[in-house]
Design a protein around this ligand. Structure first.
Ligand SMILES: Nc1ncnc2c1ncn2[C@@H]1O[C@H](COP(=O)(O)OP(=O)(O)OP(=O)(O)O)[C@@H](O)[C@H]1O
Ligand SMILES: [Mg+2]
Length: 524
């Protein structure tokens, strides 16, 4: 038999090639220091910033993430059971960035920031994953905000309108009804569920008591809002890294739906169109910033103003920048963000509040004085603004909101003056009366969001002076009666408004209907 050397050489070469391809190279390091949810690791010289790590502990594997790249160690945060991680444990770099499960299966679920279920409904069975921390879409991928996100709250929809894709801050002291505004907005999205305008809501709870979150879930369930809501919870007893990452996880879950608009004809398993609009609520970012400060200080990042690390602005801006209205080429989906910030004694000029005010497109400012005076929602309409929402308001609302703002501004100006008890001329007195009724009209109890057409009708009637001779205490009764009348006997006028979407076109009909109702109205 003849031996062909080149053949043998080629076989050996192939073997060698295959040998090297079967070899799994993984970089490992060892924990040199651990505590409070953070670890310092020696080795891992090729670790990437933000890389997912696997701690191999005696009690199984625990995930972590690279945070600081230092000269000869790596500082990492630990997600999950950090008490299991011990000094000397082996740490493996995964070469991946952090991901969470996303998709339809997450709807109606309460999960932790890793996407693991916290409710008793079993596994989420997600088949898709998305990166938690990504770069926000650039401007070429976006388009201006043009579609309203109805909150169902009269004071907001009329004067501080929010558009789909906008970022609107809810700011105020503790117990001023911040969460209430957010929850009412979620509940109001129920009317759109199952339609092409459907909005998936994501409520990210950071640093709240478990009982508070449980009550929130229960409220949403009772109001039928859990069908289209995902709750991401990192409670006050969870380690700081979990609280820090929760808003990003929630956002990633929302982005799945936002980008689904690109797949034409996508459907939910029930047959309804795949929702491409998302509402993200971060309740609240002050606590998230505190968690971030805690782990940054533990990792020895230099403290800056108020001891926050220098990049705390970047922390919030890269999160809120992900709220966007995508261009039509990208499917036209949207993500609206409602971050919540808690102030101390109304101090909006503290570090975190000013940061987030400057990042967002406006703020809803809630005041304890108003809250305790019974003006609820306690929105200070004088200093609350929405910088883009006006473009997204429906036309009839836009037509009447202007006069509402003016009436309220005039009222605020005259109110202090009137307290002096001086005799007032007729015009001034009329303005005061009008203002008092407008303030009364904008009060709204919790969990009863109002359809935008009913809001328009109520404000229209008030601005036409129909309520001027109704006692202030009966204004809300009048409003409720009017809404009922226009859904019943006077339905034609409401339908005309819904169809024409223009106050001017139906003004006479609407006014007649309002007067017709007023003639039947008796103050109890
Ligand atoms: N529109 C409203 N009408 C009546 N009560 C309200 C209204 N909004 C909020 N409340 C009540 O005010 C209280 C505080 O509301 P909420 O919990 O929303 O405030 P918060 O600012 O989120 O508080 P925290 O600082 O604890 O997060 C709650 O008991 C709530 O039921
Ligand atoms: Mg709250």
């Amino acid at each position: 038999m003849k031996i062909r050397t080149d053949e043998i050489a080629s076989v050996i070469k192939r073997e060698i090639e295959q040998f090297s391809s079967q070899l799994e190279v993984s970089e490992v390091g060892r924990v040199v220091e651990v505590g409070d949810g953070i670890a310092r690791i020696y080795g891992l010289s090729k670790a990437m910033a933000g890389e997912l790590l696997e701690f191999q502990t005696a009690e199984g594997s625990v995930m972590g993430q690279v945070f600081n790249l230092e000269l000869d160690t790596v500082g990492a945060v630990i997600y999950g059971d950090y008490l299991a991680v011990k000094e000397g444990d082996l740490v493996k770099g995964t070469g991946r960035l952090m991901e969470v499960p996303v998709g339809e299966g997450m709807l109606g679920r309460v999960v932790n920031p890793l996407g693991e279920p916290l409710d008793d409904k079993g596994p989420t069975n997600a088949t898709e994953f998305r990166k938690v921390d990504i770069i926000a879409p650039g401007i070429a991928e976006r388009q201006p905000v043009t579609q309203p996100l109805q909150t169902g709250i009269k004071a907001v929809d009329s004067m501080i309108p929010i558009g789909r894709g906008q970022r609107e801050l809810i700011i105020g002291d503790r117990k001023t009804g911040k969460t209430a505004v957010a929850l009412d907005t979620i509940i109001n999205q129920k009317q759109f569920w199952g339609t092409p305008d459907a909005v998936v809501c994501i409520y990210v709870a950071v640093g709240q008591k478990e009982s508070t979150v449980a009550a929130t879930v229960e409220t949403l369930r009772k109001n039928g809002a859990m069908d289209y809501t995902i709750i991401v919870n990192a409670g006050s007893s969870d380690p700081a890294p979990m609280q820090y990452v929760a808003p990003y996880s929630g956002t990633a879950m929302g982005e799945y739906f936002m980008w689904s608009g690109k797949t034409a004809g996508a459907k939910l398993s029930g047959g309804a169109p795949m929702p491409k609009h998302v509402l993200c609520i971060y309740d609240d970012l002050s606590k998230q910033a505190v968690a971030y400060r805690q782990l940054s200080l533990l990792l020895k990042r230099p403290p800056g103003r108020e001891a926050y690390p220098g990049d705390v602005f970047y922390l919030h801006s890269r999160l809120l920048e992900r709220a966007t209205k995508l261009s039509d080429d990208n499917g036209g989906g949207s993500m609206t963000s409602l971050p919540i910030i808690e102030t101390q004694e109304g101090d909006v000029s503290a570090y975190i509040p000013t940061n987030v005010i400057s990042i967002t497109d406006g703020q809803i400012y809630l005041e304890p004085e108003l809250f305790f005076a019974g003006v609820r929602p306690a929105i200070n309409v004088g200093i609350s603004v929405s910088r883009v929402g006006g473009n997204a308001q429906i036309k009839p609302m836009k037509q009447i909101a202007g006069s509402l703002r003016l009436d309220l501004a005039a009222y605020r100006e005259l109110e202090a003056f009137a307290q002096l008890g001086t005799e007032l001329d007729k015009a001034t007195q009329r303005q005061l009366d009008r203002g008092a009724r407008m303030v009364e009209l904008l009060k709204q109890p919790q969990y009863v969001p109002m359809h935008v057409l009913d809001q328009v009708i109520a404000i229209f009637a008030a601005s036409k002076g129909l309520m001027d001779d109704i006692p202030v205490s009966a204004v809300r009764e009048f409003e409720a009666g009017l809404a009922a009348y226009l859904s019943g006997v006077g339905k034609a006028a409401r339908d005309a408004l819904a169809e024409k979407k223009d106050i001017k076109a139906v003004e006479k009909q609407l006014l007649d209907a309002c007067h017709a109702f007023k003639s039947t109205f008796k103050v109890k």
